[in-house]
Design a protein around this ligand. Sequence first.
Ligand SMILES: [Zn+2]
Length: 138
Amino acid sequence: MKKHLRFLPLLATLTSLLLLQIGPLATAKEQERPMIVGKKGVVTFYTETKVGDLVLKPGIYRVQHRTIDSEHFMEFTRADTYEYYPEGYTWHIKKAKCVLELLENTVSQTVVLSVKEDGFDRIIRIKLKGENVVHHLF
Ligand SMILES: [Zn+2]
């Protein structure tokens, strides 16, 4: 019995040390959680759709987030036209400014949220499968 009792203060000290370690570590991990962006999504617009300053014609588009000169954009590229672009393919990519918000979990399904504005659909949020962010568009 006496042997067991001698261990108690040591265990108590170890426990408090562990608690001290876990606390700050958990916080640091939370802050350093990396954003997963740049996944490609495919969306279909059935009517003319506004996003930022753009008006996108009905069609199928590839959507992808890009960071250019520390500015954030969502790129929309027609995926259902195979015309020849003498100006180059990049001319065909349309960009809308975006603001990122980190989510708790990874997105399991691509979702586009839009509102009605003057008879148009205006995209205000996009979540792409495999990312852990929501893209806010204005
Ligand atoms: Zn974005």
